[in-house]
Design a binder for this molecule. Sequence first.
Ligand SMILES: NCc1[nH]cc(CCC(=O)O)c1CC(=O)O
Length: 310
Amino acid sequence: MSETPPIRIATRSSRLALWQAHHVQQLLSAAAPSTTIEIVHVSTIGDRDKSEPLSSLGEFGVFTREVQKVVLEGDADIAVHSLKDLPTETVAGLTLGAIPPRGAVHDALLLPASRRGGGLDDLPDGAVVGTGSMRRRAQLLHQRPDLKFAEARGNVETRLRKLDEGEFDALILAAAGLMRLELAERIDCELQPPVMLPAIGQGALGIECRSDDVVAQELLAKINDSATQMAATAERSLLHELRGGCHAPIAAATSLQNDQLELTAVVLSSDGQQRLMATATGEAAAALGIAVAGDLRAQGADALITAAEF
Ligand SMILES: NCc1[nH]cc(CCC(=O)O)c1CC(=O)O
């Protein structure tokens, strides 16, 4: 018999989302051994509708809204999200209670199983890269204006199958997801800054609970990682300040040394021709994000972000 009522984790049902929910379950069990942690599966429109490009499935939060709703309605107590999928706009009644230690932050290039080896520079002229992400497309085009793109919808396993079946010459995925699914051996080349900066919050998890749920908040505080939280706060305040959604050509990289956080961010035109870059260092994470956003805005970021939305 456990002494406290169980804590229910709401999660999407993809293999990656379930890995992440089980990971949080383990972190919580270690932090609070007397609490039973259960998992509640939620199906989201982002998972169900595989026909539409992701960018057309309504504004923000196709992967997070329905999981949040289950927590708001009291059918679960906490929601586990990939932080990069969680809009910076807060939802009334919910609090970001924990950001656990971050996984791999960078993106990876994958080649078909029959043509392994090589990196971005080795792709043939006009090669087709599978990615629907404006952030990834614009950064790749900045480096390789000849590249072509194809939508790569579906979960990680589906995208890999499409790659191996020849739908595209290369595929870009977050290394974190591949590592969590034990598919890291499929990585042909790691894409690092300054060629490819990751998405805001990439590789991190964001865990929400109801704002009035003191029990869940106390529990989540135990698995928060302050270094990851600082980096994520800087990145998310930058994105919020630029009013960029998850589809905007905005990318950022952070590093932390002796409490000094360094934030570098880029904003690109959708064709990759223009790339604005700004860097700043500081201790106050939110202020740092706002400062870097201000620098980018002074360079003309707003026009690029607006133009990319159409
Ligand atoms: N938008 C889909 C998504 N959301 C989180 C991850 C992987 C884990 C992460 O980046 O934190 C992925 C897949 C991908 O971008 O390759």
